[in-house]
Design a protein around this ligand. Structure first.
Ligand code: MEV
Length: 304
């Protein structure tokens, strides 16, 4: 099992060693069922890919297929027949961590099937195998959050830490319906930093905003947290990872009472995140977002 994640603040900057805050969304679940087969067939069933493990090498499932092959080697079970069924509530490629959640759930399913111990650091190392193939240069935040129970203060290469949360407030996540492209977005930011080294100021600026967001969260200061989210969105747009559909949803959330709104995840499609003062405000924002073209919304209530 694993679940979705939403990055509150710090995406992209986290690739360059700045902190980020990410929130597990346990209600949006990913489940992997692994059952042995008496023949030697190794079959995958999922929304993304249906077929043999061998044929997955040339599919969108290729990164997870490499992970599965390495797990089979680890468990000395390369010729073991199995059926692997992935049941996911997560929309793929929408900045909600679908690839990381799949990796985490697959690694857990294999360790459970072979009754092997799995500590959290090892889980993240395993998930890193497919994340590197799928995303090129992952910070590790997606796998850390898709496997966590509590919101995470994440710095690349360090053990993720839980952090103080507001006592009220609701986050509304809305799907633009457009596939985000993490690999493309991360590569575009890298290219931009190479062509224009002065844009590193946007990255360090995002790091400063993330530190201020952690203080605002601990103080239950929503007005400040919302303003910080809006500033982060401006910096992400300046980095080139926003787009018109995301901006439309962000404007709609702000016009309908959000204290702040920004894209979440890699951008260039995917989801936005809006901060609402309470459940009533969140319901109004969610309705407005659907009217503005969002295909689906979810909520994360800090009080629960
Ligand atoms: C993607 O969910 C978050 C990014 O910062 C990439 C990463 O940290 O690996 C865009």
């Amino acid at each position: 099992m694993s679940h979705a994640k939403a990055i509150l603040i710090g995406e992209h900057a986290v690739v360059y060693d700045q902190p980020a805050i990410a929130i597990p969304i346990p209600t949006v679940r990913m489940q992997v069922q692994l059952t042995p087969r008496s023949d030697q067939q190794q079959l995958i069933t999922s929304a993304m890919y249906n077929g043999s493990l061998q044929a997955a090498a040339n599919s969108r499932f290729a990164g997870i297929a490499v992970l599965i092959r390495q797990l089979l080697i680890r468990f000395d079970a390369v010729t073991q027949g199995f059926g692997l069924n992935i049941i996911s509530d997560l929309p793929p490629e929408r900045g909600m961590g679908s690839s990381a959640a799949t990796a985490v759930a697959v690694v857990r399913a294999f360790h459970a099937a072979f009754s092997a111990k799995l500590d959290h650091a090892a889980l993240l190392r395993w998930a890193g195998i497919s994340e590197h193939i799928i995303h090129g240069n992952p910070s590790g935040i997606d796998a850390a959050t898709c496997s966590a129970d509590r919101p995470q203060w994440f710095i690349r290469g360090q053990k993720p830490r839980s952090l103080a949360l507001p006592h009220t407030g609701v986050l509304v996540i809305a799907d633009s319906g457009i596939q985000g492209q993490t690999r493309v977005a991360v590569a575009a930011v890298a290219q931009r930093l190479q062509m224009d080294p002065a844009s590193m100021e946007l990255i360090t600026g995002l790091g400063i905003l993330t530190r201020r967001a952690a203080v605002a969260m601990a103080d239950d200061n929503f007005a400040t947290l919302g303003a910080i989210m809006n500033s982060a969105q401006s910096k992400l747009a300046a980095l080139g990872v926003s787009n018109e559909p995301l901006e439309r949803l962000i404007s709609s959330a702000r016009a309908n009472g959000a204290l702040g709104a920004k894209l979440t995840g890699s951008g260039k499609g995917g989801c936005i995140l809006a901060l609402a003062a309470d459940a009533d405000a969140a319901a109004k924002i969610a309705t407005a977002l659907i009217a503005a073209g969002a295909t689906q919304t979810w909520q994360y209530d800090f009080a629960k």
